[in-house]
Design a protein around this ligand. Structure first.
Ligand code: MLT
Length: 407
């Protein structure tokens, strides 16, 4: 008899963004005349930077000629891209990361999901609330939780992010083994200071724990005093894995390219307490289960680090951050308490009532799609998230409609 992984049966309904898409599609069918403005899922809308498009084309042409054709590439990514990443994203900021510690992949979502299969089922996992649902769901699938009760899975340590702690969770009071952190945060848009991040690194070192640091939104940090990488913090190489993405800064959500950094000293322990390096284990997994990102995509990604690419990306990020300013200022003007939007493309707004009620009201009255905070966890109830990923014109139109509907 074929039996299923029953942990899947514990999962709550469907994936948050699929639920929202279904609701929006149903609304659109019922109101075909309404133009919908999507400030829900964080999907970019501007075209790829011209430097990336040019490199992409050139690489596609190379693939059509025997002399320059490339078949299977290195699973970890081509050296040209890994070197550009190490130099520009880390060494240039004083973070000691080398090219062979970078694993190029097709997405931070997949990497943050897949990494947890390296660790024992019995470990104690600490997950922020609210949180990007992928961290939570993949641990449920792996059997690290009990059932869902009162808005939470049993067996996990939830790290509450609330107004009181400025949406930066406090250290756990108990001992945990695996910690998920995301800064700038999705969904709240909050950021962490160097001192704040150092406390987590110190905790991980003292408790033989490991931090999974999702830095997919680092490009949106405007405050130069904030850390962009956990490796800017002393001691992090032994206790942290970092996830990065080209989706949001360079518009690669449809093109797919991301990477994970596993420093050579980064360790986990066997049941006898002996340390093992994670780098060879992740390398083994990557080589066994992943065939690499396509050559043209990696060439397009490399162009992100060219002089022209850097200038174009600065422009793209600035355009989205101008949208964030508009959203944040408009909502504050309307009397809503907001965080995020200053160093992140997400604005987290106190809805003054139920998250899903606000979502429905906004969709029905204005045709604007937000993300209900409750979808990110119990602490997200009462909040909504607006995303700055859209055109300036649409953001202005959305805020105008919201002003008219809410005053
Ligand atoms: C989000 O809206 O939270 C993100 O776009 C989801 C993702 O990057 O997978």
């Amino acid at each position: 008899m074929i039996t299923i992984n029953e942990h899947y049966l514990k999962l709550q309904a469907s994936y948050l963004f699929s639920d929202i898409a279904k609701k929006v599609n149903a609304y659109q069918e019922a109101h075909p005349e309404q133009e919908i403005i999507r400030l829900g899922i964080g999907d970019v809308t501007h075209g790829l930077p011209p430097a990336c498009v040019e490199a992409f084309h050139k690489a596609v042409d190379e693939m059509g000629i025997d002399a320059s054709f490339r078949g299977y590439g290195p699973e970890q990514g081509y050296a040209f891209l890994r070197e550009a990443i190490a130099e520009n994203d880390f060494q240039a900021r004083g973070a000691d990361i080398s090219a062979d510690e970078i694993f190029v992949s097709d997405g931070a979502k997949c990497d943050t999901s897949n990494i947890q299969e390296l660790f024992a089922r019995e470990i104690q996992v600490a997950i922020p609330d609210p949180v990007y649902p992928v961290y939570l769901d993949t641990n449920v699938m792996a059997g690290r939780t009990g059932t869902f009760a009162d808005g939470r899975y049993q067996g996990l340590i939830y790290l509450d992010a609330t107004r009181e702690n400025n949406f930066v969770p406090d250290l756990p009071t108990e001992k945990v083994d695996l910690i998920y952190l995301c800064f700038p945060n999705n969904p709240t848009g909050s950021t962490i200071t160097r001192e704040g991040l150092k406390r987590w690194v110190d905790y991980a070192r003292e408790n033989q724990a490991l931090i999974l640091f999702d830095a997919a939104y680092e490009a949106f940090i405007r405050d130069e005093s904030l850390p962009k990488s956990i490796y800017e913090i002393e001691g992090a190489r032994e206790v942290a894995i970092e996830f990065r993405s080209l989706s949001k800064n360079a518009g690669f959500t449809g093109t797919r390219c991301a990477y994970t950094v596993v420093p050579k000293e980064c360790r986990a322990f066997d049941s006898n307490g002996n340390a093992h390096m994670i780098h060879p284990l992740w390398n083994r997994r990557h080589c066994t289960k992943f065939n690499g990102v396509s050559y043209p995509v990696q060439r397009a990604a490399e162009a992100v680090y060219s002089a022209a690419g850097k200038a174009q990306i600065t422009e793209l990020v600035s355009a989205y951050m101008e949208n964030a300013d508009i959203i944040r200022e408009s909502m504050i003007e309307l009397g809503y308490d907001c965080v995020g939007g200053d160093n992140a493309p997400y604005i987290w707004i106190d809805a003054k009532g139920g998250s899903w009620d606000f979502f429905d009201m906004l969709l029905n009255k204005t045709g604007v799609v937000c993300t209900p905070g409750a979808g990110f966890g119990r602490c997200g109830e009462g909040y909504i998230r607006l995303s700055a990923f859209n055109s300036r014109e649409n953001v202005e139109k959305a805020m105008q409609r919201i002003k008219e509907a809410l005053v």
